[in-house]
Design a protein around this ligand. Structure first.
Ligand code: ASP
Length: 584
């Protein structure tokens, strides 16, 4: 038998008992005549001890041990003389009586400790060693729990988990598809699903009523820290629902999952905010509501006083940073540099300091009297001790810039703690987005999203003003999920394809199967998909989704552990009837 207990199991109540443990050697310490070994497995760490009373054979093996060796040992549970209250097994240690090396290990390329010396790439290359570390293992355990809690909740309200195929035809989510050549159908390709969107809609036509799936999705996009080419969604769809029904159902899921796993109690209903409000108050469609500092429009007050920068700007706006009137020249220069970075691209940043006794100092004193500046402060709801940061330019970019500055100030003032959660639904998204380059509309969500009924007449006159029955769930400034009420009427779907620039034939060729299904009694339906990796990372208090994926890819989409993607053999290419061009 390899073990009677795990390395996280023994407590004071076991003192005096015999035990057999197996695991990895985390650390070996020699202190005088005593040798201490930390033995680790998935469940924890148990301290083993050998001393002058340990028999010679055992001692020889102990001396031979190295980090990450796999061993099996037998011994007696003793009370520790110096207890360690930081670990659950800290009250005991195991006096070694017999030890066997089950497998040796080379010296690991990085330390398998909570704080490791290994860089990202190295840890990904040896991900199996990385997963031995507490933070990564705990992230995967959290992910498992979140998945279980989601399934429990959805099952309890009659959702059915149904798998949909991976080898499909393109799904229009706006990213590039990964494609797979078909050997049996030379010259033809499958696409990997960007999401099961069309399938879940077909399941509604099929009468399955409440569907969900925790499912891999594939998008060939340029990667950022919070993106992976393959990622997991909690994908859901329901029939006979309106927007409100969907929001209530999934609010329930989020409340239940956060409560089950973190003991967090959310108030229902979650805050709702229109897309337009989110943009004008927070400069983005996924506001972080852990703190206020909303953007205020100063255009009326600040223009027309002879300061050309403001006078020529479409929009002037700012934020109030509480208690920051003492900011130094250097700190303000840093903030100016922050908004001048290419990501924001602002020309500059104007400040107003509201000092003690009504003393007002600003970078635009030449153009504005103390009285003007006090009016700004009143309009923005600022008071003594606050700092106003003001930007000007075209409306969209200035709001976006202020939005980023707001987040930066939130971080600087520690207003974004990772254990506080601020959920909200953003609603009333525009249905369409105009692309200046290709001079055409794109669906902001996807082409199956229904317009708000009272806006349908705008299809012919002002498509960009049509609002969608679409919604996003945002937590702490991260888009956790999004969905919509779908078009279930063939004619309306055709109208949508038309405004997106699809000819009848193109729509038929790409989505004929769906349009066809709509001929046979499609129920009203809608749904949502949550980014499972992101949900886990938010719950775990991390910025990076990689930590929550067992085997993630790097920023160039490579799996550095298995070294993929990689060339395939001539024989495989021939079988697929594929000829490669020059890869230079
Ligand atoms: N398929 C959509 C997405 O992946 C979600 C939805 O509309 O349900 O974003």
């Amino acid at each position: 038998m390899y073990r009677t207990h795990t390395c996280g199991q023994l407590r004071a109540a076991n003192i005096g008992q015999k035990t057999t443990l197996s695991g990895w050697v985390q650390r070996i310490r020699n202190l005088g005549g005593m040798t201490f070994i930390d033995l680790r497995d998935r469940y924890g760490i148990t301290q083993l001890v050998a001393d002058e009373n340990t028999d010679e054979k055992t001692m020889q093996i102990v001396e031979d041990l190295g980090r990450e060796f796999v061993i099996r040992c037998e011994g007696t549970v003793l009370e520790r003389s110096s207890k360690n209250s930081k670990i659950p097994t800290g009250e005991i240690e195991v006096k070694l009586e017999c030890i066997r090396i089950l497998n040796r290990s080379e010296v690991p390329p990085f330390t398998v400790e909570d704080e490791t010396d290994g860089g990202d790439e190295l840890r990904m290359k040896y991900r199996y060693l990385d997963i031995r570390r507490n933070p990564v293992r705990n992230a995967l355990l959290l992910r498992h729990k979140v998945g279980q809690a989601v399934r429990k909740y959805l099952d309890s309200i009659d959702f059915v988990e149904i798998e949909t195929p991976f080898l499909i035809k393109s799904t229009p989510e706006g990213a590039r598809d990964f494609v797979v050549p078909s050997r049996m159908n030379p010259g033809e390709f499958y696409a990997l699903p960007q999401s099961p969107q069309t399938f879940k809609q077909l399941l509604m036509v099929a009468g399955m009523d409440k569907y969900f799936q925790i499912v891999k999705c594939f998008r060939d996009e340029d990667l950022r820290a919070d993106r992976q080419p393959e990622f997991t969604q909690i994908d859901c769809e329901m029939s006979f629902v309106e927007q409100e029904d969907v929001l209530k159902t999934f609010e329930g899921m989020i409340v239940s999952v956060f409560n089950d796993i973190l003991g967090v109690e959310f108030k229902k209903p979650f805050q709702r905010m229109t897309y337009n409000d989110a943009m004008s108050l927070y400069g983005c469609d996924k506001p972080d509501l852990r703190f206020g500092m909303e953007i205020r429009n100063l255009s009326q007050l600040a223009k027309g006083k002879g300061f050309v920068v403001f006078d020529n700007a479409e929009y002037v706006g700012g934020i109030v940073v509480p208690g920051a009137a003492e900011y130094s020249r250097k700190q303000l220069d840093e903030l100016t540099k922050f908004v001048q970075r290419p990501q924001i691209g602002a020309k500059g940043l104007v400040y107003v300091k509201l000092g003690a006794n009504g003393e007002v100092k600003s970078s635009v004193d030449k153009f504005f009297s103390p009285d003007d500046l006090s009016k700004w402060a009143t309009h923005m709801g600022a008071s003594e001790g606050d700092l106003l940061l003001i930007m000007a330019g075209d409306r969209t970019h200035t709001l976006e810039g202020l939005g980023q500055l707001r987040l930066e100030m939130g971080s600087r003032l520690s207003l974004r703690p990772s254990n506080v959660f601020a959920p909200l639904w953003v609603v009333d998204f525009p249905l369409l987005e105009w692309d200046e380059e290709s001079k055409r509309f794109y669906a902001k969500h996807h082409p199956f999203t229904s317009p708000v009924a009272s806006d349908i007449h705008l299809f012919d006159s002002d498509p960009s003003a049509i609002r969608a029955n679409a919604y996003d769930l945002v937590i702490n400034g991260v888009e956790i999920g999004g969905g919509s009420i779908r078009i279930f009427d063939r004619d309306l779907q055709h109208k949508m394809f038309k405004v997106l620039g699809f000819s009848e034939e193109e729509a038929e060729a790409q989505f004929g199967f769906l349009l066809n299904a709509f001929k046979y009694g499609a129920p009203p339906h809608g749904g949502v998909a949550f980014g499972f990796d992101r949900l886990c990372s938010i719950m775990g208090g991390s910025e990076s989704i990689r930590d929550y994926i067992a085997f993630p890819k790097n920023n160039s989409g490579r799996d550095v552990m298995i070294d993929s993607p990689s060339p395939i053999s001539e024989e495989q290419l021939n079988e697929l009837q594929i000829k490669l061009g020059s890869t230079k």
